[in-house]
Design a protein around this ligand. Structure first.
Ligand SMILES: Cc1cc2nc3c(=O)[nH]c(=O)nc-3n(C[C@H](O)[C@H](O)[C@H](O)COP(=O)(O)OP(=O)(O)OC[C@H]3O[C@@H](n4cnc5c(N)ncnc54)[C@H](O)[C@@H]3O)c2cc1C
Length: 494
């Protein structure tokens, strides 16, 4: 295969427009980019919570944050609050922050575990600025280099508005948009590569490299190339979601709520103009009617549209890059939105593609490396999501009893064993979730380490009390002058 002169992006959802925008920004005029989308099919229209790496997308694209937040009706996300996951009535936060300040070679939580063993009872989250701000409903952009005061954040936004925002940006930078329904994907009989796409009405679009952002149908990667799908539903049983927007709350929470029910869980995402709500469940355990009733019963504000039922399959395409097609977004696979990772997987796939971009033609070694890394990244997120389900003490339904009894992927079992034994946390290469994330979910789900790092044994109870008091004081200090999240939005966006 020769030089890549033209890239065709199939699909105009979040993944299509993010791919087009980033490829154009980085590759400039070395390639032409054409995006095809069909109004007849439309976009999935959900996907409203993100994680902090999305800020890099904005930075690279040179997007002004306030303008982006205004146009997508965004709010700030500091954390996810998990309610009823470990036990009914209990809740915990998975924040984008970290508790305390770690010592060299020894994470802060080892001191906390040691303190607990000495009878000193304190809440580890009290030493995390994200948690303190989230629970106080406050936010400010803290300009500091001191990791003690770092407050990582992401956004909640309206996914349809986000797509339009990226589209405007992409078209301004030279991406060509074609409205049309693709009827046929034409393969080269000798190589099996995609050569062109035939649109309804007869138009043809040719290209050298095709980015499949066609959503769950996987028009190129799945339907045309038959790449095959690795099914993970034996680990993650959910296969349906119902989404419905409602009127906003008077106060805009700076975090997502994830509320476990007896047969699934419900999200609540606060935006500037409304709340996003939805329920995720498995058709093996729950009918659509029952899920919808549960969802609506638990939305306290007036709903603003009809419920939108979405069916999905959990797992991933066997090869994210096959022939001259790269699957990005829902065409590459799906993991339920428990940790808001799908848009991040889009971003990460584009960054990886740019790293391995086949300027001089497609090489098998690059394709293999791309595929191996993509697989690994998906698996690590999959394991993190499974952790929320398997580490439950709930037994109030067959659903939760089955989740407790899951046979786990090997790496997850190893991570659980290491943490239980002496609080050791391991960050695997390509895992978007670092040690503080695993820590919060493990502890939040009731897993307590039996031991701690030897360094922690050097600290007496009195010394630990002093450390915790000082950390708490330091972490709380910025809150005094911090505006409420709503005041921040008003001031920043006006
Ligand atoms: C219930 C649910 C909740 C979610 N929540 C989150 C979340 O909180 N955070 C997060 O990060 N992600 C979330 N996601 C995932 C997120 O919605 C997607 O990753 C994101 O929207 C990207 O979708 P997409 O662009 O790949 O597909 P789509 O939005 O489905 O876009 C597909 C595009 O392909 C086009 N197309 C398809 N076939 C053809 C054809 N034949 N001809 C022409 N065009 C065609 C369509 O017109 C459309 O433009 C959620 C997903 C679900 C299902």
């Amino acid at each position: 295969m020769n030089h890549i002169n033209k890239v065709v992006v199939v699909g105009g959802g979040t993944s299509g427009w993010m791919s087009a925008a980033l490829l154009k920004k980085i590759l400039g005029n070395t390639v032409n980019i054409e995006l095809i989308e069909s109004k007849t099919i439309g976009i999935i229209g959900v996907g409203e919570a993100t994680i902090p790496p999305i800020q890099t997308v904005n930075e690279v694209l040179g997007i002004n944050e306030a303008e982006f937040m205004r146009e997508t009706k965004a709010s700030i996300k500091l954390a996810i609050k998990f309610e009823n996951w470990w036990q009914k009535g209990q809740s915990y936060f998975h924040t984008f922050g970290a508790p305390g300040q770690s010592l060299p070679f020894c994470h802060y939580h080892h001191l906390w575990t040691r303190a607990e063993s000495l009878g000193l009872k304190t809440n580890l989250w009290d030493y995390d600025l994200n948690y303190l701000a989230a629970t106080a409903g406050k936010f400010a952009k803290l300009e500091t280099q001191d990791p003690m005061y770092e407050m990582k954040y992401a956004y909640h936004f309206d996914s349809a508005l986000y797509g339009q925002f990226l589209r405007k940006h992409s078209e301004k930078s030279g991406v060509i948009r074609t409205e049309g329904l693709i009827e046929n994907v034409n393969l080269n009989p000798a190589t099996g590569n995609v050569e062109s796409l035939t649109l309804t009405g007869g138009g043809t679009v040719t290209g050298d490299l095709f980015i499949d952002c066609s959503g769950m149908r996987g028009l190129l990667i799945n339907q045309a190339l038959g790449t095959g799908f690795e099914d993970w539903s034996h680990w993650l049983a959910a296969d349906r979601a119902i989404a419905i927007p409602s009127e906003r709350d008077t106060k805009t929470l700076p975090y997502t709520r994830s509320i476990a029910h007896s047969k699934g869980w419900q999200w609540n995402i606060p935006l500037q103009h409304r709340n996003g709500n939805g329920i995720v469940y498995s058709s093996r355990y729950c009918s659509d009617d029952e899920a919808q009733d549960t969802l609506i019963k638990n939305i306290k504000n007036k709903t603003l549209a009809d419920p939108n039922l979405i069916k999905f399959k959990t797992g991933r395409t066997r090869k994210q890059w096959n022939k001259n097609v790269i699957a990005i977004g829902l065409s590459s696979g799906f993991l339920e939105p428990l940790e808001s990772t799908s848009i991040y997987l889009v971003q990460s796939a584009i960054v990886r593609l740019l790293k391995f971009f086949p300027h001089k033609g497609i090489q098998a070694s690059s394709v293999n490396e791309f595929n191996n890394q993509s697989q690994r990244e998906y698996e690590l997120i999959r394991d993190f999501i499974i952790l929320h389900y398997c580490a439950t003490s709930r037994t109030d339904s067959q659903f939760w009893r089955d989740m407790k009894a899951l046979e786990l992927p090997r790496r997850l079992t190893e991570k659980l064993d290491m943490f239980k034994e002496n609080g050791t946390l391991v960050h695997d290469d390509l895992d978007v979730f670092w040690e503080p994330s695993w820590l919060q979910v493990m502890l939040g789900q009731g897993i307590k380490p039996m031991g701690y790092h030897p360094l922690a044994s050097q600290y007496s109870q009195a010394k630990l009390t002093e450390i915790f008091t000082n950390t708490r004081r330091a972490k709380s200090a910025p809150l005094e002058k911090m505006p409420s999240h709503d005041e921040f939005l008003k001031l920043y966006l006006e």
